[in-house]
Design a protein around this ligand. Structure first.
Ligand SMILES: *Cc1c(COP(=O)(O)O)cnc(C)c1O
Length: 433
């Protein structure tokens, strides 16, 4: 629980404004179209709109599609866009060029890589029949794994994060984890967990939905086996943007992926009746890719290219930690005595780019009251037992400033002090929380 801390000097608005003045990443904020009057703390769920996206998508529609018509598959290089965007994503996640494709959704890509991992396990270690994951993993990951396990004769075993080390035994074929937990913002040590898994003979599948573009990721250096991630969260690709998939080169050509469509064929335009997989990551494509959506995703990725000149992911990480540290400290100083708890680890090495507050009652209404005041976060329901309800706030270092963090906490303080959240309008549940 948050209690007033006497040890730290009180933070001030002027201090937060000074942090903005010193922020080397501050110019990146101008790369985004933000509605006025909004403090956006939900970029971990749907990233903001880059200023270039609308014109670029319009150009693809009117010029490349409208005028170029089918010629644009060649003349506008549409056909290789999944690989070219994959190369841009690779730089953010510690992979090499040619190892990533932007395609399909996170759920579908998880199906592909988990299936490949199970095929490898079935061949190399046929007695291992378990897929291990965390009970608090994102539900779609668990649902896809359940379905695949049923189909392939495996068992999905769910544990809590603290039981991980003891659970890696000779029954386990694949460890499937989300790097940064969507509910709590807790982050796994990818290098250590992967090393422990490999020492136990277990393959790793990492979901980077809340990591890519938010925290430095080093897939190759950490020796991961498979990874997938999301295009519409920190990568700012737009609602339903194509996701991505990475497979370590030692595995990428061992098996077909199960959704073996013609875009993953070695020579799709020979139209042969039998499937021959393309070399490398290209075989993880399935069918015709959505060019309008990929064009929008590229605009999001190109903001990271600008960030590269300002220190890249290391600078973004430093700012993200400063933003989340500031938020925690301000909530602690200004919102104590209101029954809020902290679900996110304080330890930097264990924290992603979000802060989750807990409250036994009223969390949903508090989030709604904040949204009415222009502070957009979101709510994640607890399970009614061990997991409390959560007020979730994402901090996107590309476009968020320190003064905004001050103002967001000030709005939260007012919502709590006035008990405004108890108004009936704020308790009405909407379809998307
Ligand atoms: C956001 C998220 C997804 C989303 O999957 P979709 O297929 O895009 O709906 C999947 N897994 C995790 C861990 C996520 O955070």
């Amino acid at each position: 629980m948050f209690t007033q801390s006497d040890l730290q000097p009180a933070l001030t608005l002027a201090h937060c404004q000074a942090l903005d003045v010193q922020d080397p990443l501050r110019p990146l904020r101008d790369a985004f179209d933000m509605p006025s009057g909004v403090i956006y703390l939900d970029g971990n769920s749907l990233g903001a709109l880059p200023k270039t996206t609308a014109a670029r998508v319009a150009e693809v529609v009117t010029q490349e599609w409208g005028q170029g018509l089918i010629r644009s598959w060649n003349s506008a290089n549409w056909f290789t866009l999944p690989q070219r965007l994959g190369d841009k994503i690779a730089r953010l996640i510690g992979a090499d060029a040619g190892e990533v494709v932007a395609t399909d959704s996170t759920s579908i890509n998880l199906y592909k890589v988990l299936s490949s991992a199970l095929s490898i396990a079935a061949q190399d270690a046929p007695l291992r029949k378990q897929v291990l994951s965390e009970r608090s993993n994102f539900p779609t990951d668990l649902y896809m794994a359940q379905a695949l396990c049923q189909e392939r004769g495996f068992e999905l075993r769910l544990i809590d994060a603290d039981a991980l080390a003891g659970a890696l035994n000779d029954q386990v074929a694949v460890l499937m984890l989300t790097h940064v937990n969507y509910r709590t913002g807790a982050m796994h040590d990818m290098a250590a967990v992967t090393a422990a898994a490999h020492a136990a003979g277990v393959l790793t599948v990492w979901d980077l939905a809340h990591s890519a573009g938010a925290v430095p990721v080093a897939l190759k250096a950490d020796d991961a086996d498979f990874a997938i991630g999301c295009g519409y969260k920190y990568l700012n690709g737009g609602p339903g943007a194509p996701a991505f998939v990475w497979v370590h080169p030692r595995h990428s050509e061992r098996f077909w992926q199960p959704l073996a469509g013609w875009w993953g064929h070695a020579t799709p335009f020979e139209f042969t009746p039998d499937y021959r997989p393309a070399p490398g990551i290209t075989r993880y494509l399935c069918g015709t890719q959505p060019m309008l959506s990929l064009a929008a995703l590229e605009c999001g990725l190109d903001v990271f290219a600008s960030a590269q000149a300002m220190g890249g992911m290391a600078a973004l990480r430093a700012k993200s930690l400063a933003l989340t540290d500031l938020f925690i400290a301000l909530v602690e100083q200004r919102c104590s005595g209101h029954g809020l708890g902290l679900a996110t680890p304080r330890e930097h090495t264990q924290r992603g780019s979000q802060v989750c507050l807990t409250r036994s009652e009223g969390a949903y209404a508090m989030v709604q009251a904040l949204i009415a005041r222009g502070v957009i976060g979101d709510f994640r329901a607890g399970d009614g037992h061990e997991q409390p309800d959560i007020l979730r706030f994402g901090f996107t270092p590309l476009y968020l400033g320190f003064e905004e963090v001050w103002n967001a906490v000030e709005q939260l303080r007012q919502v709590l002090d006035t008990q405004e959240w108890k108004l009936p309008a704020f308790t009405q549940k909407q379809a998307v929380t």
